[in-house]
Design a protein. Sequence first.
Length: 257
Amino acid sequence: MTKDGLASHRIDWEDLAELDPLWSILTCPEARYNQWDKDEFFRTGEEDIQSLIKNVDRLGLPLSRSQAPDFGCGVGRLTRALAKRFQRCCGVDISEKMVSMARELNASFPNYEFLSNDRPDLLIFPSDSFDLVYTARVLQHLPNPSLVEHFIGELYRVVRPEGLLAFQLPSYIDLRHRLQPRRRLYQILKRLGGSKVALYQKMGVFPMRMTFIREKDVVSLINGVGAKLLKVEADSLAGPMIESRTYYAAKPARAEA
């Protein structure tokens, strides 16, 4: 796995961070063109994490609530809410602009940090580092299924034994939505010298992609890394027109020597 597969992805998200960062993180028709109210935006993160915690409480994991990361943190929508429930939280994102905004917007909160990472791995974190690893509305934007699968493996690697990995991913996207004409047109016109702002604000095109992996293949991947699949739940996190799932997988305790 090389950095080359992420180079264009990083550029896309630096563009999105410049054009409409909050909407790029949480697409909502009425909030497009920088219309998100910041307080409302962060309130949605609190609601999402509250729902997540109810689910993990029912599963009985993780056993400890010391540390949690927010993979694909953007400006910290979920990081802020996770940090209320864990002693430490680390938001990580491929976009340096997003990370810079996250630090600014969350400067008054003491128990988390934000890091940029454009590596094709999560080696900035040691193995077995986190009690709960959660990511939503992130893996779906990676360039291809192989990279998605690779990062699922990396997310599982950094889960502590008796910890929990929870992640959301589309399970199917129909052909019409797979074509992504707005993204393709944005890329073509940008290469021809078009203004990023004009392309987005006047033509309504933007560089966001969508990727999916079928549920059976995700389940096989989870089993293949040695995780114990606890739950698969249908969700609407990829939008009303795309089938999506949230997966909950536990890392077993280490066997006694």
